[in-house]
Write a protein that binds this ligand. Sequence first.
Ligand code: AHG
Ligand code: MN
Ligand code: MN
Ligand code: MN
Length: 335
Amino acid sequence: MDRKNTTLGEFIIENQSSFQYSSGELSKLINAIRLAAKVVNHEVNKAGLIDILGAAGDTNIQGEDQQKLDVLANEKFIQTLKNREIVCGIASEEEDDFISVNSNDEKHQNKYVVLIDPLDGSSNIDVNVSVGTIFSIYRRVTPIGTPVTLEDFLQPGVNQVAAGYIVYGTSTMLVYTTGDGVNGFTLNPAIGTFYLSHPRMQFPETGKIYSVNEGNYIHFPQGVKNYIKYCQLEEGDRPYTSRYIGSLVSDFHRNMIKGGIYIYPKSSVAMEGKLRLLYECNPMAFLAEQAQGKASDGFKRIMEIQPTELHQRVPFFCGSRKMVEKAEEFMAAQK
Ligand code: AHG
Ligand code: MN
Ligand code: MN
Ligand code: MN
């Protein structure tokens, strides 16, 4: 079959047997995410025409001002997942606590929990720059038939069964993994169908792009400062190019295609960094590793961190393997 003509729906069915647990439940769940992605895409696309730009007037649990699209995307994803009764629990950046989902007929019969960053890159919403959605899926660890508990969500990233993102960019793409490589699908907006456009995505082993918010340079640990200076030095294939969109999804997506490193370190003003382990760093780390890249907190593998809180933050170094390893060398030298 011409892979370019494969739709996401077909791909999910074709690959169902390769899932670790192939009951069809995970396929249904990814299908629900596909549907929610289309709905949110529609809202994002017309955001400038109707009154959904700007702040919603509330702050979320992390003290960030919620944007109207943060709230809307959160509602759409949660609604879609709840209505289909295919998950037993949902955790979201925009919800203080996790949500326990009860099916109508039989209680708590579903196996999977989903963690989402419904709208990533909030600061780019009002200026028509790419934003995204990130999702991470685990099998619950508590018994089926009982309500989910925090334990079901506080699993290390290595336990993920699937993860992915949607980038609402110049074209809208859904990129995901179920632990057997990374595949990217582009939405044909005329007919509302995602097609396999980027099979087997891989980070180049090394690259020439570094992505970090250098405005915070003064607050960075010395190891990060030294690595940034290394990127800027004229030697070999350096200086590298600096590219920072401020949407993790978009920065990651570009770096996966072109080769690069994304860094959001801890700093003297944000001791744990900014990005959230469960619904930002772990899914991106799973994708990175599945695409031959690497993700660490500067010292150790992101996916091996045992989470202790739902909204836990963690420093994040992610991208082309050799670049992450080089940054880690600089971090270790200053430990
Ligand atoms: P979110 O919009 O989901 O809160 O995430 C924002 C994150 C991430 O997308 C981005 O890379 C980073 O925050 C940007 O932070 P700075 O503006 O501090 O650079
Ligand atoms: Mn936010
Ligand atoms: Mn985010
Ligand atoms: Mn967000």
